[in-house]
Design a protein around this ligand. Sequence first.
Ligand code: NAP
Ligand code: GDD
Length: 351
Amino acid sequence: MKKINKKKTLITGITGQDGAYLAKFLLDKGYEVYGGYRRLSTPNFWRLQYLGIFEKIKLIPMDLIDINSIYEAIKISQPDEIYHLGAQSFVGASFDVPQATAEITGLATTAFLETIRHINSKIKFYQASTSELYGDGAYSMLRENSPFRPSSPYAVAKLYAYWITRVYREAYGIFAVNGILFNHESPLRGLEFVTRKISNAVAKIYLGLEKELVLGNLDAKRDWGYAPEYVESMWLMLQQPEPDDFVIATNETHSVKEFVKEAFKCVSLNFQKYIKTNPRFKRKFEVNFLLGDYSKAKKRLNWEPKTKFSDLVKIMVNEDLNRWKKWQDGERFAFDAPFYPSEKNIINRSL
Ligand code: NAP
Ligand code: GDD
């Protein structure tokens, strides 16, 4: 019988939210999945363990500031598709470490494209682009051709990566695409991002483990979708006959305050009793409004979001509530929150 070769993929940022969901999605599709990860003093595989896929992934040591390790990772995995999701992805931190952000989030993309060009120009490449490219000041529906005005070192680094991806597509005919994804959240979201900060705090407040929730700008608006649905769009982009760039969004925008209100509603508490604001959680340069139009993705990829805003909030709050309850009962499992330092102990230079 003829042996069917499995498709191979290399995912960077495998330990992050999207990397973990995408790995699961591609494993379910029958791919052989390689994941680039960097050495940390304490291993950080909790998301892969949480999804029950840790043992199924072939891990390759790789740091985005080390071009040789990028080259080696591609040589070893010989992938059909690369999903480049690794990044210093927290906008706030990019004001603290702007230069590292430029290298990790921006420049590293060139190392992937150059390696593809040299060793196998048939490898398809996905670049994790972002709605942060649009920056502040656009109070309208944002599309693939809307202007970019990056408002943080993170967004400037992503702007570089966006354009170098297009340049390699045009100049060398590489199948390289930009997924311009608007915010997408889940129970696997990092705790420093506002949605998970809220869902985790609401769960702890409900269980009497915390007294208040302190945030920055409650009026900022985001187009929030559900991460497991967004990773499918990445795969769809690489299955098209021609490479192109796509906005992935929900066509809805909600304020941070609405998220807070909805989250406290899940546990029947009045948010006004627990919410506080502190300027230390405000950005130096804020993106006040983001709203995306996914109609090109709907038409060409047949992709559309399914989870509505209020359901997303429920999924996140319920999951954090279950985790904390189990943790209080002495159960131990892959879970980030108990090991996260109190924000009071973090000197906040420029969130
Ligand atoms: P995330 O949870 O913060 O994951 C980022 C990943 O990058 C982690 O695996 C991290 O590894 C890895 N990484 C960071 N620095 C690295 C380095 N120097 N070398 C190797 N790996 C490194 O981010 P996410 O939410 O999954 O987002 C995935 C990608 O999509 C990112 O590029 C992000 O900028 C972009 N994006 C996200 C959203 C969103 O709403 N989630 C929207 C648009 C675009 P460690 O675990 O070791 O830190
Ligand atoms: N993190 C955080 N913490 N944000 C807060 C807080 C707080 O205490 N209080 C208010 N906010 C506001 C921020 O000022 C921002 O306007 C909004 O909440 C969302 O912040 P984040 O959750 O940190 O996400 P982001 O929108 O800056 O960036 C995320 O989405 C981008 C796509 O638009 C990240 O995932 C980026 O990597 C991604 O590119």
